[in-house]
Design a protein around this ligand. Structure first.
Ligand code: GLY
Ligand code: MN
Ligand code: MN
Length: 253
């Protein structure tokens, strides 16, 4: 029955949308708390504890997946789970954490300076990721294909990397050749619902699916420049940034 069940899960009813909104609202509140409490010298697991405290306090069942709290170079590890390092002055911290509320998931990532102030290099990269997130979200509307959301994110990220001199060449060629994947190696979106990576087909008859009202997807562009990355100015090393939101397709966008 998966064809029928998965389709039913992909298109959310108004009641489901309300539960997902609540799951996301709780997660957003938890991220805000982490930003307020973050200080150099704290351990990553201390921020995890603050986040998961808010989840439970606000009536969520708990995290909808293992919370990721990665400071400095750990932000470049996509499925970092140790969360046991001390956060240093000058580090960014990447927090990917979502709450599960009444069996519905949220999946949010925010990246911010542990000490509250970006370095110029961190800010330059952050602004690129944020712009990619916003432009990709603007692409989420009925009729646009699932893949077009990713394509917009890749274009904005690649343009930004060229602007900073981290990639050299023509933007279109760097996209065509996949050169951007050194710094952006994952996709931009997945369905989300009862599961964090929810069911539902991404293609129909071999074509990327058109977005329809009631679908909910993540938009999560990022840039990751690990310590020691060859050919990149060391001021950008140890910076991993992702900005992830959960987006409902409505009739108007
Ligand atoms: N937290 C898992 C994901 O972002 O897909
Ligand atoms: Mn996530
Ligand atoms: Mn996600």
């Amino acid at each position: 029955p998966s064809e029928l069940l998965h389709e039913a899960r992909l298109l959310k009813s108004p009641e489901e949308v309300e539960l997902m909104r609540k799951a996301a609202t709780i997660a957003a509140e938890a991220h805000s708390r982490a930003m307020e409490l973050s200080r150099p010298g704290m351990f990553e697991y201390e921020l995890q504890a603050e986040i998961e405290y808010v989840f439970k306090k606000r009536g969520a069942m708990g995290p909808s997946y293992g919370s990721i709290v990665g400071a400095g170079d750990n932000g470049c590890i996509l499925h970092y789970v140790e969360n046991n390092a001390k956060m240093k002055d000058g580090d960014l911290v990447l927090i990917d954490a979502g709450a599960e509320y009444e069996f519905y998931a949220s999946d949010i990532t925010r990246t911010f300076p542990v000490n509250g102030r970006f370095t110029p290099a961190q800010r330059d990269l952050y602004e690129i990721v944020l712009q990619a997130n916003l432009e990709a979200i603007a692409q989420v509307k009925p009729g646009n294909s699932f893949q077009s959301v990713h394509d917009v994110a890749v274009r904005v990220l690649t343009e930004g990397l060229v602007r900073l001199g981290i990639l050299q060449g023509e933007v279109s060629e760097l996209i065509e050749s996949g050169a951007f994947r050194r710094f952006y190696m994952h996709k931009t979106s997945h369905w989300i619902g009862i599961d964090v990576h929810d069911v539902g087909s991404y293609k129909v008859k071999g074509e990327w699916r058109a977005l329809q009202p009631g679908m909910v997807l993540t938009v999560e562009p990022g840039l990751y420049i690990a310590e020691g990355t060859e050919g990149v100015d060391p001021k950008y090393w140890g910076i991993g940034i992702r900005v992830e939101d959960d987006v409902l397709v409505t009739a108007s966008g």
